[in-house]
Design a binder for this molecule. Structure first.
Ligand code: RAT
Ligand code: ZN
Length: 428
Protein backbone atom coordinates (compact mmCIF):
# COMPACT_ATOMS: atom_id res chain seq x y z
CA UNK A 1 0.00 0.00 0.00
CA UNK A 2 1.49 3.44 -0.85
CA UNK A 3 1.89 6.04 1.85
CA UNK A 4 -1.44 7.95 2.00
CA UNK A 5 -1.41 11.56 0.81
CA UNK A 6 -2.47 12.62 4.29
CA UNK A 7 0.79 11.39 5.85
CA UNK A 8 2.56 14.34 7.49
CA UNK A 9 4.92 15.65 4.83
CA UNK A 10 7.01 18.21 6.61
CA UNK A 11 7.55 16.37 9.86
CA UNK A 12 8.51 12.82 8.99
CA UNK A 13 10.83 11.12 6.56
CA UNK A 14 9.64 10.02 3.14
CA UNK A 15 9.58 6.25 2.73
CA UNK A 16 12.56 6.24 0.39
CA UNK A 17 14.65 8.12 2.98
CA UNK A 18 13.78 5.78 5.83
CA UNK A 19 16.13 2.96 4.85
CA UNK A 20 19.22 5.15 4.46
CA UNK A 21 18.49 7.12 7.64
CA UNK A 22 18.00 3.96 9.67
CA UNK A 23 21.13 2.38 8.23
CA UNK A 24 23.14 5.48 8.98
CA UNK A 25 21.89 5.86 12.55
CA UNK A 26 22.25 2.16 13.31
CA UNK A 27 25.82 2.37 12.03
CA UNK A 28 26.71 5.45 14.08
CA UNK A 29 24.93 4.96 17.40
CA UNK A 30 27.36 3.87 20.12
CA UNK A 31 26.67 0.48 21.64
CA UNK A 32 26.49 -0.56 25.27
CA UNK A 33 27.26 -4.29 25.08
CA UNK A 34 25.58 -5.73 28.16
CA UNK A 35 26.96 -9.28 28.18
CA UNK A 36 30.44 -10.28 27.10
CA UNK A 37 33.30 -12.45 28.33
CA UNK A 38 35.86 -9.74 27.64
CA UNK A 39 38.11 -8.25 30.28
CA UNK A 40 39.37 -4.84 31.19
CA UNK A 41 43.04 -4.71 30.01
CA UNK A 42 44.00 -4.48 33.68
CA UNK A 43 43.24 -8.23 33.72
CA UNK A 44 46.24 -8.82 31.45
CA UNK A 45 46.21 -12.08 29.53
CA UNK A 46 42.55 -12.70 30.37
CA UNK A 47 41.65 -10.24 27.63
CA UNK A 48 41.85 -12.45 24.53
CA UNK A 49 42.47 -11.06 21.07
CA UNK A 50 44.04 -11.89 17.70
CA UNK A 51 43.67 -14.42 14.92
CA UNK A 52 44.55 -17.58 16.86
CA UNK A 53 42.03 -16.76 19.61
CA UNK A 54 39.43 -16.09 16.93
CA UNK A 55 40.07 -19.47 15.35
CA UNK A 56 39.97 -21.45 18.57
CA UNK A 57 36.69 -19.81 19.70
CA UNK A 58 34.63 -22.66 21.08
CA UNK A 59 31.87 -22.10 18.52
CA UNK A 60 34.46 -22.95 15.82
CA UNK A 61 36.05 -25.74 17.81
CA UNK A 62 32.68 -27.51 17.87
CA UNK A 63 32.27 -27.11 14.10
CA UNK A 64 35.83 -28.29 13.48
CA UNK A 65 35.22 -31.60 15.22
CA UNK A 66 32.42 -32.35 12.77
CA UNK A 67 34.96 -32.43 9.96
CA UNK A 68 38.41 -33.39 11.18
CA UNK A 69 37.21 -36.19 13.49
CA UNK A 70 40.38 -35.98 15.56
CA UNK A 71 39.95 -37.63 18.97
CA UNK A 72 39.28 -34.73 21.37
CA UNK A 73 42.22 -35.58 23.65
CA UNK A 74 44.57 -35.28 20.67
CA UNK A 75 43.08 -31.95 19.77
CA UNK A 76 43.43 -30.64 23.33
CA UNK A 77 47.04 -31.85 23.49
CA UNK A 78 47.93 -29.56 20.59
CA UNK A 79 49.27 -26.04 21.10
CA UNK A 80 46.93 -23.13 20.44
CA UNK A 81 48.73 -22.38 17.18
CA UNK A 82 48.33 -25.99 16.03
CA UNK A 83 44.64 -25.97 16.94
CA UNK A 84 44.16 -22.73 15.03
CA UNK A 85 46.03 -24.19 12.02
CA UNK A 86 43.76 -27.22 12.03
CA UNK A 87 40.59 -25.16 12.29
CA UNK A 88 41.75 -22.84 9.51
CA UNK A 89 42.52 -25.80 7.30
CA UNK A 90 39.31 -27.65 8.05
CA UNK A 91 36.74 -24.89 8.22
CA UNK A 92 38.19 -22.29 5.87
CA UNK A 93 40.29 -24.13 3.30
CA UNK A 94 38.73 -27.58 2.96
CA UNK A 95 35.21 -26.11 2.92
CA UNK A 96 33.78 -22.67 2.35
CA UNK A 97 33.41 -20.86 5.68
CA UNK A 98 29.71 -20.17 5.49
CA UNK A 99 28.67 -20.89 9.07
CA UNK A 100 27.97 -17.78 11.14
CA UNK A 101 31.02 -18.29 13.36
CA UNK A 102 33.33 -18.75 10.36
CA UNK A 103 31.87 -15.79 8.55
CA UNK A 104 32.45 -13.87 11.78
CA UNK A 105 36.21 -14.38 11.57
CA UNK A 106 36.23 -13.02 8.04
CA UNK A 107 34.16 -9.98 9.01
CA UNK A 108 36.65 -9.23 11.79
CA UNK A 109 39.61 -9.43 9.40
CA UNK A 110 37.83 -7.32 6.85
CA UNK A 111 36.91 -4.67 9.42
CA UNK A 112 40.58 -4.47 10.40
CA UNK A 113 41.55 -3.95 6.77
CA UNK A 114 43.23 -7.36 6.43
CA UNK A 115 43.14 -9.36 3.26
CA UNK A 116 41.93 -12.88 3.99
CA UNK A 117 41.42 -13.50 0.30
CA UNK A 118 44.99 -14.77 -0.03
CA UNK A 119 44.12 -17.45 2.55
CA UNK A 120 47.52 -16.86 4.12
CA UNK A 121 47.28 -17.57 7.84
CA UNK A 122 50.97 -16.85 8.65
CA UNK A 123 50.62 -13.41 7.02
CA UNK A 124 47.53 -12.71 9.10
CA UNK A 125 49.38 -13.73 12.24
CA UNK A 126 52.21 -11.39 11.32
CA UNK A 127 49.81 -8.52 11.04
CA UNK A 128 48.35 -9.14 14.48
CA UNK A 129 51.80 -9.41 16.03
CA UNK A 130 52.34 -5.72 15.24
CA UNK A 131 49.61 -4.60 17.59
CA UNK A 132 49.96 -3.70 21.25
CA UNK A 133 46.99 -4.76 23.36
CA UNK A 134 45.89 -1.26 24.50
CA UNK A 135 46.07 0.22 21.02
CA UNK A 136 44.25 -2.75 19.58
CA UNK A 137 41.51 -2.33 22.17
CA UNK A 138 40.99 1.31 21.19
CA UNK A 139 40.95 0.35 17.54
CA UNK A 140 38.39 -2.42 17.99
CA UNK A 141 36.09 -0.28 20.12
CA UNK A 142 36.33 2.53 17.61
CA UNK A 143 35.67 0.39 14.54
CA UNK A 144 32.93 -1.70 16.17
CA UNK A 145 31.19 1.37 17.58
CA UNK A 146 31.07 -0.17 21.05
CA UNK A 147 31.46 2.39 23.82
CA UNK A 148 31.00 0.23 26.91
CA UNK A 149 31.03 -3.48 27.64
CA UNK A 150 29.91 -5.52 30.60
CA UNK A 151 32.25 -8.34 31.52
CA UNK A 152 31.38 -11.66 33.18
CA UNK A 153 33.21 -11.80 36.49
CA UNK A 154 33.55 -14.66 38.89
CA UNK A 155 35.18 -14.46 42.33
CA UNK A 156 35.55 -18.23 42.01
CA UNK A 157 37.86 -17.90 39.03
CA UNK A 158 41.41 -18.38 40.25
CA UNK A 159 42.91 -16.24 37.52
CA UNK A 160 40.49 -13.39 37.99
CA UNK A 161 40.09 -13.31 41.73
CA UNK A 162 43.64 -12.17 42.67
CA UNK A 163 43.36 -9.25 40.27
CA UNK A 164 40.20 -8.05 41.96
CA UNK A 165 41.77 -8.54 45.38
CA UNK A 166 44.80 -6.49 44.37
CA UNK A 167 42.59 -3.63 43.23
CA UNK A 168 44.01 -0.86 41.11
CA UNK A 169 42.96 1.28 38.22
CA UNK A 170 40.07 0.12 36.07
CA UNK A 171 39.25 1.00 32.48
CA UNK A 172 35.94 2.85 32.73
CA UNK A 173 34.68 1.33 29.50
CA UNK A 174 34.48 -2.07 31.20
CA UNK A 175 31.79 -2.75 33.79
CA UNK A 176 31.46 -5.85 35.91
CA UNK A 177 28.71 -8.44 36.21
CA UNK A 178 29.00 -10.67 39.26
CA UNK A 179 28.48 -14.22 38.05
CA UNK A 180 27.09 -16.65 40.60
CA UNK A 181 27.08 -20.05 38.91
CA UNK A 182 29.01 -21.86 41.65
CA UNK A 183 26.68 -20.51 44.32
CA UNK A 184 23.44 -21.30 42.54
CA UNK A 185 24.46 -24.30 40.43
CA UNK A 186 26.96 -26.22 42.57
CA UNK A 187 26.68 -25.04 46.14
CA UNK A 188 28.67 -28.08 47.33
CA UNK A 189 31.71 -26.81 45.43
CA UNK A 190 31.17 -23.21 46.55
CA UNK A 191 31.01 -24.02 50.27
CA UNK A 192 34.65 -25.08 50.80
CA UNK A 193 35.88 -22.06 48.84
CA UNK A 194 33.70 -19.65 50.79
CA UNK A 195 34.89 -21.19 54.05
CA UNK A 196 38.50 -20.89 52.94
CA UNK A 197 37.83 -17.17 52.35
CA UNK A 198 36.40 -16.70 55.84
CA UNK A 199 32.66 -17.02 55.28
CA UNK A 200 30.94 -19.27 57.78
CA UNK A 201 28.66 -21.20 55.42
CA UNK A 202 27.53 -24.82 55.43
CA UNK A 203 25.71 -27.18 53.13
CA UNK A 204 22.48 -26.45 54.98
CA UNK A 205 20.27 -23.40 54.58
CA UNK A 206 20.67 -22.10 58.10
CA UNK A 207 20.20 -18.43 58.86
CA UNK A 208 23.96 -18.20 59.42
CA UNK A 209 24.71 -19.66 55.98
CA UNK A 210 22.30 -17.28 54.27
CA UNK A 211 23.61 -14.24 56.14
CA UNK A 212 27.19 -15.16 55.39
CA UNK A 213 26.35 -15.66 51.71
CA UNK A 214 24.83 -12.20 51.68
CA UNK A 215 27.97 -10.82 53.29
CA UNK A 216 30.03 -12.44 50.51
CA UNK A 217 27.76 -11.03 47.80
CA UNK A 218 27.83 -7.60 49.37
CA UNK A 219 31.64 -7.56 49.47
CA UNK A 220 31.92 -8.56 45.82
CA UNK A 221 29.21 -6.22 44.57
CA UNK A 222 31.15 -3.38 46.15
CA UNK A 223 34.58 -4.64 45.09
CA UNK A 224 33.50 -5.05 41.49
CA UNK A 225 31.08 -2.13 41.44
CA UNK A 226 28.84 -4.66 39.70
CA UNK A 227 26.17 -3.54 37.28
CA UNK A 228 24.15 -6.71 37.77
CA UNK A 229 24.38 -10.23 39.22
CA UNK A 230 23.99 -13.20 36.90
CA UNK A 231 23.68 -16.94 36.60
CA UNK A 232 23.28 -19.42 33.79
CA UNK A 233 20.60 -22.01 34.49
CA UNK A 234 19.57 -25.37 33.03
CA UNK A 235 16.35 -26.01 31.09
CA UNK A 236 15.04 -27.82 34.15
CA UNK A 237 15.14 -24.67 36.29
CA UNK A 238 11.97 -24.45 38.35
CA UNK A 239 10.90 -22.53 41.36
CA UNK A 240 9.36 -24.99 43.79
CA UNK A 241 7.93 -24.16 47.14
CA UNK A 242 10.70 -23.29 49.58
CA UNK A 243 9.37 -25.78 52.07
CA UNK A 244 9.72 -28.68 49.68
CA UNK A 245 13.06 -30.40 50.03
CA UNK A 246 14.92 -31.70 46.99
CA UNK A 247 17.92 -30.93 44.86
CA UNK A 248 16.57 -27.48 43.95
CA UNK A 249 15.73 -26.52 47.51
CA UNK A 250 19.13 -25.09 48.42
CA UNK A 251 19.33 -23.13 45.22
CA UNK A 252 15.96 -21.59 45.83
CA UNK A 253 16.79 -20.68 49.41
CA UNK A 254 20.02 -19.05 48.32
CA UNK A 255 18.21 -17.31 45.49
CA UNK A 256 15.34 -15.81 47.43
CA UNK A 257 16.99 -15.36 50.81
CA UNK A 258 20.44 -14.20 49.79
CA UNK A 259 20.74 -13.22 46.11
CA UNK A 260 17.44 -11.41 45.59
CA UNK A 261 17.53 -9.43 48.86
CA UNK A 262 21.11 -8.41 48.13
CA UNK A 263 20.16 -7.34 44.59
CA UNK A 264 17.30 -5.33 46.02
CA UNK A 265 19.47 -3.66 48.60
CA UNK A 266 21.86 -2.47 45.90
CA UNK A 267 19.09 -1.84 43.35
CA UNK A 268 20.75 -4.24 40.92
CA UNK A 269 19.06 -6.56 38.43
CA UNK A 270 19.47 -10.29 38.62
CA UNK A 271 20.22 -11.79 35.20
CA UNK A 272 18.97 -15.29 34.49
CA UNK A 273 20.35 -16.96 31.40
CA UNK A 274 18.17 -20.01 31.07
CA UNK A 275 18.39 -23.14 28.95
CA UNK A 276 21.95 -24.47 29.03
CA UNK A 277 22.62 -28.19 29.19
CA UNK A 278 26.17 -28.26 30.45
CA UNK A 279 28.68 -30.66 28.96
CA UNK A 280 26.44 -33.04 27.03
CA UNK A 281 29.75 -33.98 25.40
CA UNK A 282 32.37 -33.36 28.10
CA UNK A 283 35.26 -34.28 25.80
CA UNK A 284 34.60 -31.08 23.86
CA UNK A 285 35.13 -28.99 27.01
CA UNK A 286 33.79 -25.43 26.55
CA UNK A 287 32.38 -26.50 23.19
CA UNK A 288 30.48 -29.38 24.78
CA UNK A 289 27.37 -27.57 26.06
CA UNK A 290 23.96 -27.88 24.49
CA UNK A 291 20.52 -26.42 25.08
CA UNK A 292 17.02 -27.41 26.00
CA UNK A 293 13.60 -25.86 26.10
CA UNK A 294 12.93 -24.39 29.53
CA UNK A 295 9.78 -23.31 31.32
CA UNK A 296 9.44 -19.52 31.04
CA UNK A 297 6.72 -19.81 33.68
CA UNK A 298 9.50 -19.76 36.26
CA UNK A 299 10.32 -16.19 35.20
CA UNK A 300 6.67 -15.24 35.52
CA UNK A 301 6.57 -16.68 39.03
CA UNK A 302 9.71 -14.84 40.12
CA UNK A 303 8.66 -11.52 38.62
CA UNK A 304 5.29 -11.77 40.32
CA UNK A 305 6.62 -12.98 43.67
CA UNK A 306 9.43 -10.41 43.85
CA UNK A 307 8.02 -7.19 42.41
CA UNK A 308 10.74 -5.13 44.07
CA UNK A 309 13.46 -7.05 42.26
CA UNK A 310 14.51 -6.48 38.68
CA UNK A 311 15.17 -9.42 36.38
CA UNK A 312 17.19 -9.52 33.20
CA UNK A 313 16.40 -12.61 31.18
CA UNK A 314 17.69 -14.30 28.07
CA UNK A 315 16.64 -17.80 27.06
CA UNK A 316 18.62 -20.18 24.91
CA UNK A 317 15.88 -22.10 23.21
CA UNK A 318 14.23 -20.61 20.14
CA UNK A 319 10.95 -22.15 21.26
CA UNK A 320 10.94 -20.10 24.47
CA UNK A 321 11.20 -16.67 22.86
CA UNK A 322 7.56 -15.89 22.19
CA UNK A 323 6.45 -16.84 25.67
CA UNK A 324 9.23 -14.69 27.13
CA UNK A 325 7.97 -11.66 25.22
CA UNK A 326 4.45 -12.20 26.51
CA UNK A 327 5.72 -12.48 30.08
CA UNK A 328 7.69 -9.25 29.67
CA UNK A 329 4.44 -7.52 28.66
CA UNK A 330 3.08 -8.41 32.10
CA UNK A 331 6.03 -7.43 34.25
CA UNK A 332 7.87 -4.15 34.03
CA UNK A 333 10.48 -5.56 36.42
CA UNK A 334 11.60 -7.87 33.60
CA UNK A 335 13.96 -6.82 30.84
CA UNK A 336 14.56 -9.23 27.99
CA UNK A 337 17.94 -9.16 26.30
CA UNK A 338 20.11 -10.68 23.59
CA UNK A 339 20.03 -13.49 21.07
CA UNK A 340 22.16 -15.81 23.05
CA UNK A 341 24.80 -18.27 21.81
CA UNK A 342 23.04 -20.81 19.53
CA UNK A 343 20.46 -18.14 18.69
CA UNK A 344 23.11 -15.77 17.45
CA UNK A 345 22.57 -16.67 13.80
CA UNK A 346 21.11 -14.25 11.25
CA UNK A 347 17.90 -16.15 10.48
CA UNK A 348 17.02 -16.58 14.14
CA UNK A 349 18.14 -13.10 15.21
CA UNK A 350 15.90 -11.59 12.57
CA UNK A 351 12.93 -13.63 13.67
CA UNK A 352 13.42 -12.90 17.38
CA UNK A 353 14.08 -9.21 16.82
CA UNK A 354 10.86 -8.83 14.85
CA UNK A 355 8.93 -10.77 17.45
CA UNK A 356 10.29 -8.61 20.26
CA UNK A 357 9.70 -5.30 18.52
CA UNK A 358 6.18 -6.38 17.66
CA UNK A 359 5.37 -7.45 21.21
CA UNK A 360 7.51 -5.13 23.31
CA UNK A 361 8.26 -2.14 21.12
CA UNK A 362 11.52 -0.52 22.10
CA UNK A 363 11.64 -1.69 25.72
CA UNK A 364 14.18 -4.46 25.09
CA UNK A 365 17.90 -4.85 24.56
CA UNK A 366 17.75 -6.94 21.41
CA UNK A 367 21.37 -8.01 21.31
CA UNK A 368 24.56 -8.55 23.28
CA UNK A 369 27.78 -9.84 21.76
CA UNK A 370 28.85 -12.59 24.18
CA UNK A 371 32.30 -11.85 22.74
CA UNK A 372 35.10 -13.90 24.27
CA UNK A 373 37.73 -12.49 21.96
CA UNK A 374 37.97 -8.73 21.65
CA UNK A 375 37.98 -8.77 17.84
CA UNK A 376 34.59 -10.49 17.86
CA UNK A 377 32.94 -7.19 18.74
CA UNK A 378 33.66 -6.31 15.12
CA UNK A 379 31.57 -9.08 13.66
CA UNK A 380 28.90 -9.67 16.23
CA UNK A 381 27.75 -6.05 16.03
CA UNK A 382 28.28 -5.59 12.32
CA UNK A 383 26.14 -8.61 11.55
CA UNK A 384 23.45 -7.45 13.97
CA UNK A 385 23.40 -3.94 12.55
CA UNK A 386 22.46 -5.27 9.13
CA UNK A 387 19.54 -7.22 10.56
CA UNK A 388 18.33 -4.44 12.83
CA UNK A 389 18.41 -1.91 9.99
CA UNK A 390 16.28 -4.19 7.86
CA UNK A 391 13.73 -4.86 10.59
CA UNK A 392 13.48 -1.24 11.76
CA UNK A 393 13.15 0.06 8.22
CA UNK A 394 10.26 -2.26 7.66
CA UNK A 395 8.59 -1.23 10.90
CA UNK A 396 8.95 2.51 10.19
CA UNK A 397 7.66 2.00 6.65
CA UNK A 398 4.63 0.22 8.12
CA UNK A 399 4.06 3.23 10.38
CA UNK A 400 4.35 5.61 7.45
CA UNK A 401 1.68 3.62 5.66
CA UNK A 402 -0.49 4.04 8.72
CA UNK A 403 -0.01 7.81 8.54
CA UNK A 404 2.85 8.17 11.05
CA UNK A 405 6.05 9.25 9.36
CA UNK A 406 8.95 9.15 11.81
CA UNK A 407 11.53 11.90 12.00
CA UNK A 408 15.27 11.39 11.98
CA UNK A 409 15.36 12.52 15.61
CA UNK A 410 12.82 9.89 16.58
CA UNK A 411 14.79 7.16 14.84
CA UNK A 412 17.95 8.31 16.62
CA UNK A 413 16.18 8.11 19.98
CA UNK A 414 14.81 4.63 19.23
CA UNK A 415 18.16 3.22 18.12
CA UNK A 416 19.80 4.65 21.22
CA UNK A 417 17.20 2.80 23.28
CA UNK A 418 17.92 -0.49 21.55
CA UNK A 419 21.68 -0.06 21.90
CA UNK A 420 21.65 0.54 25.65
CA UNK A 421 19.21 3.33 26.47
CA UNK A 422 16.37 1.01 27.48
CA UNK A 423 18.81 -1.01 29.59
CA UNK A 424 20.12 2.13 31.33
CA UNK A 425 16.58 3.18 32.17
CA UNK A 426 15.87 -0.28 33.52
CA UNK A 427 18.90 -0.01 35.79
CA UNK A 428 17.75 3.26 37.36
O1 RAT B 1 28.26 -18.08 24.42
C1 RAT B 1 29.17 -18.56 25.07
O2 RAT B 1 30.34 -18.24 24.90
C2 RAT B 1 28.87 -19.60 26.11
O3 RAT B 1 29.97 -20.38 26.30
C3 RAT B 1 28.54 -19.14 27.49
O4 RAT B 1 29.63 -18.46 28.02
C4 RAT B 1 27.40 -18.30 27.77
O5 RAT B 1 27.34 -17.17 26.97
C5 RAT B 1 27.38 -17.90 29.23
O6 RAT B 1 27.56 -16.72 29.53
O7 RAT B 1 27.21 -18.79 30.04
ZN1 ZN C 1 28.03 -15.57 27.86
Amino acid sequence: MPIPASAPKTLGLKEEKIASTVRDLVARTPIYDIHTHLYDPAFGALLLWGIDELLVYHYLVAEGFRHHRLPPDRFWAMSKTEQADLIWQTLFLDHSPISESCRGVLTCLHALGLDAQKRDLPALRKHFSKWKRERFLDKVLEVSGVERVIMTNSPFDDLERPIWMRGGKRDERFEAALRLDPILMSWETAVPRLREWGFDVGLDCSRRTLDETRRFLHEWIVRMNATYLAVSLPPSFTFPDLKVAGPDAIRNHLLVEAVLPECQEHNLPFAMMIGVKKLVNPSLRLAGDSLGRADPGVVEQLCAAYPNNKFLVTMLSRENQHEMCVIARKFANLHVFGCWWFLNNPSIIEEITRERLELLGLSVTPQHSDARVLDQLLYKWEHFRGILSRVLTEKYADLARAGWAVTEEEIRRDVQDLFGGAFRRFLK
